[in-house]
Design a protein around this ligand. Structure first.
Ligand code: ZN
Ligand code: ZN
Length: 436
């Protein structure tokens, strides 16, 4: 009798989607389904890898995604933010809508991996014909999210709510002069249209294969493009005193600005990187030019630090320009906001991602901040979310030995994709309130 009551009680909890037994059963189903879909995930990854497309031009990739999502019976919308695709899986029970996101674009890089399915594709970038490669692993992201869509579709009747699969164009930035990426998807109302309550995203990274890495709060940096425009007084190179030596000023600015993150800011509390990367000025060896341009990038992990560095750079440049008798304009253009993992979700999701990865030793929930940037942050500005890295280095490689993202040699270890599929599927159930 007691036993019967217990069983009835558990069944009641299962109906509410709260039973730990049912949740564990879901995990085991996810694992079985992810293993079953893995050959397809690998095939999708190789197909997309061999046919990469640049941001806002992911036409073939988007068509493949839309076809696969329709095959699963999802509601599909295409041409969002140029080539974005969204598929909606409506669960068998009522509940909120949560999103999983993959990016689809390749990079203007010449592939040197020597893979049998290496890219031979070319495209147009900034008026030039360029080679294209999936050097950031977005081919893997597309394949894993399609795999997760297939897994979650099989669990449809048990899902309380909807899962919105977002296939996003142009994460690496739209072509010059165009809009695109997550910012444009958000501007087109994706969050409101699909009533998305929270979001999860994954990025392959050359770290321990099959391990998941993330941290609460600032995970990937806010990226600002820095532009410094100098105006002096042109003169003969042999008579600098008759003008304003703007070349010397530019050189002093590089030295002084590089000191800011190194000497004026406590970088032990928060990573801060400021790099001047371009210097443009002058046409001839014996003319000191009238104008000079400097460009660079700033990476910060909080709004306060970002504002502080902006003020310090502006002050330093203006003071030096004044000393030389030149004019200076300093501009910061935000290219990606801070990838900010919701503090509560990022902690609460740990057991879920441990299940996906196969143990608590397979997750690193408080990993170091990454100075790279991600436009997933645009979604996180609207709704709470978690962004994580999936280690996909070839086994046997020591840390730092694997070619980094954006390298012409970048490659992933495909068995890691199965962990990614599980992570997406598990994260969706977690965000829907089905806690581990
Ligand atoms: Zn990238
Ligand atoms: Zn990327």
């Amino acid at each position: 009798m007691e036993r019967r009551q217990l069983i009835t009680g558990l069944a009641g909890l299962t109906a509410l989607g709260l039973s730990p037994l049912a949740r564990a059963a879901a995990t085991s189903q996810i694992a079985t389904l992810a293993a079953k879909v893995q050959p397809k995930v690998v095939a999708w990854r190789r197909d997309v890898h061999e046919h990469p497309e640049l941001g806002n031009h992911e036409v073939r990739t988007a068509a493949l995604v839309a076809t696969e999502l329709r095959r699963l019976g999802l509601e599909v919308q295409e041409k969002i933010a140029f080539t974005g695709v969204i598929g909606v899986l409506k669960g068998g029970k009522p509940g909120p809508a949560v999103a999983l996101r993959a990016d689809m674009d390749g990079l203007p890089v010449l592939e040197k991996t020597g893979l049998a399915f290496a890219s031979k594709a070319t495209g147009e970038y900034d008026g030039k014909t360029v080679p294209i490669t999936h050097a950031c692993g977005h081919d893997a992201h597309v394949a894993m999210l399609l795999g997760a869509a297939e897994v979650l579709t099989a669990l449809k009747s048990d899902i309380a709510g909807s899962v919105v699969f977002i296939f996003q164009p142009a994460e690496e930035g739209p072509p010059p002069g165009e809009k695109g990426g997550a910012e444009l998807m958000v501007a087109e109302g994706v969050i409101e249209t699909y009533k998305i309550k929270s979001i999860f995203g994954l990025h392959v990274w050359p770290m321990e294969t099959g391990k998941l890495y993330w941290r609460p709060k600032g995970f990937m940096a806010a990226a600002d493009r820095v532009e410094i425009r100098l105006t002096g007084k042109q003169t003969h190179g042999a008579q600098p005193w008759n003008g304003v030596d703007i070349t010397a000023l530019a050189s002093d600015i590089v030295g002084a600005v590089n000191q800011i993150a190194a000497r004026q800011i406590d970088v032990t509390t928060e990573a801060t990187v400021l790099s001047i990367t371009t210097m443009q000025g002058g046409v001839r060896f014996n003319i000191i030019p009238e104008e000079f341009k400097l460009g660079g990038t700033l990476r910060t992990f909080s709004e306060a630090r970002r504002a502080d560095v902006h003020a310090r750079v502006t002050k330093t440049v203006q003071a030096l320009a004044e000393a030389y008798g030149a004019k200076a304009e300093v501009e910061f253009v935000l290219s990606a906001p801070l990838t900010y993992n919701d503090p509560k979700l990022a902690v609460d999701i740990a057991p879920t991602l441990a299940r996906a990865a196969g143990g608590t030793d397979k997750i690193e929930p408080n990993t170091s901040a990454i100075t790279g940037a991600e436009d997933f942050s645009q979604f996180q500005k609207k709704v709470p979310g978690v962004f994580a890295f999936l280690g996909a280095a070839w086994p046997g490689k020591k840390p730092g030995e694997s070619p980094p993202n954006h390298s012409p040699y970048f490659d992933i270890y495909e068995p890691a994709l199965e962990v990614g599929v599980r992570a997406h599927a598990e994260a969706a159930l977690f965000l829907l309130g089905w806690k581990a």
